[in-house]
Write a protein that binds this ligand. Structure first.
Ligand SMILES: [Zn+2]
Length: 370
């Protein structure tokens, strides 16, 4: 057990070193104005006073809980999360990122709403909340990355958060050999619900698992883990620079509110403007990004996920009785229903037709037309 672990760790170290000297290091020399906000979870004393869990609900939750504790090391979670965050901050700054921390000491009193607001105030390109897990079973182990569930309040940054969660998880697992517990959407976390910027929360491992607890307090291991997280964050925030701009003539349906970005110095920088869900014409693509012409000039939207490449069609179809229509093909519940009638279709994606309704562009399934 120990031997196979050791050989795995030295292999990942070798891979990491080659990674560091490879493409990742190159971007350190390019100017970078992107902002990462790090939120080291918890604090010296929890605060059980209540605050609103979400701007859209009356539910109240504790301002900040006290977190878990190392079963072997006795280290409190708030100490580990700050250790990891400070390591991460140093590594990100070396790559040229601006890093803001919600706290740099233990004896603070900052609620989860206030933590989210700190990251909102600096318009972070990515907010990373750093935590460790706990469980009743000492066997539970591994890393998971949480992201805000899709909702009205998270539409502007849901897709980016989800993608960031996946990339950061993969890199953290590759760097440590830890067990992957996957990425998990959450609608119940105050810190996500009050966020207006792309956000993820990493559970770095279980402090209630004696082995994982000891690993997390091992300097080498924490360095590997934060190296992996840095690689993931850098991959998410720097990828557009490496992708060629390709002329495109395609239509894409933006299913969610989409923030407009400006491509400057090799980075996608957020503007304050967002597009509502609609069909847009792309003039170029760049990796997961699409160029759209807007009233504030040519801008970029993120089309990595939740975008539907629409084939223009121009035909009339007859709807079946009570045909349901949807805001996006992936919606579970219809936005409304239409009676039997002839209707113009102006786009197609897979088995779905795009139609104009009094509520804007909507989708109907090909099963409901003849
Ligand atoms: Zn925690």
């Amino acid at each position: 057990m120990v031997r196979s672990n050791m050989s795995f760790i030295s292999l990942t170290i070798a891979l990491l070193i080659s990674g560091w000297l490879g493409p990742t290091q190159v971007s350190a020399s390019t100017p970078n104005e992107q902002m990462v906000c790090l939120d080291p979870g918890h604090q010296l004393y929890g605060n059980n006073a209540l605050e609103q869990a979400s701007p859209d609900s009356k539910e109240m939750k504790a301002k900040v809980t006290s977190g878990t504790r190392g079963v072997k090391t006795k280290k409190p979670e708030y100490v580990l999360t700050l250790e990891a965050s400070l390591l991460l901050k140093g590594k990100l700054e070396k790559l040229g990122y601006n890093v803001v921390m919600t706290r740099e000491t233990h004896d603070v009193d900052i609620s989860n709403i206030e933590r989210a607001q700190k990251c909102n105030d600096v318009q972070a390109d990515l907010a990373v909340r750093i935590h460790a897990d706990g469980d009743n079973s000492p066997k539970a182990q591994g890393i998971s990355v949480l992201y805000p569930a899709s909702s009205k309040g998270t539409q502007a940054f849901f897709a980016q958060s989800k993608e960031a969660a996946g990339v950061i998880l993969n890199e953290a697992i590759a760097a440590t050999g830890a067990v992957s517990r996957g990425i998990v959407p959450r609608s119940d976390l105050t810190g996500f619900n009050w966020s207006t910027v792309p956000s993820v929360l990493i559970e770095m491992g279980f402090m209630t698992n004696p082995e994982e607890d000891e690993k997390l307090s091992d300097t080498n291991y924490l360095n590997q883990l934060t190296n992996g997280m840095t690689t993931g964050i850098n991959q998410i925030l720097s990828s557009p620079a490496d992708e060629p701009e390709v002329d495109a003539q395609s239509q894409v349906y933006l299913a969610a509110h989409s923030q407009l970005f400006e491509f400057t110095n090799g980075k996608m920088l957020r503007t304050q403007v967002a597009l509502s869900p609609q069909l847009v014409q792309l003039s170029a693509t760049k990796g997961d990004w699409g160029k759209v012409s807007t009233w504030i000039g040519d801008k970029w939207v993120y089309i990595g996920q939740g975008a539907y490449q629409v084939k223009p069609v121009d035909k009339q179809v007859v709807l079946s009785e009570d045909a349901p229509f949807y805001r996006t093909p992936s919606d579970m519940s219809p936005a409304g229903r239409l009676s039997t009638q002839k209707i113009n279709v102006h786009g197609q994606w897979d088995e779905w037709y795009l139609i104009e309704t009094w509520m804007g562009s909507m989708w109907i399934s090909a099963w409901n037309v003849s």
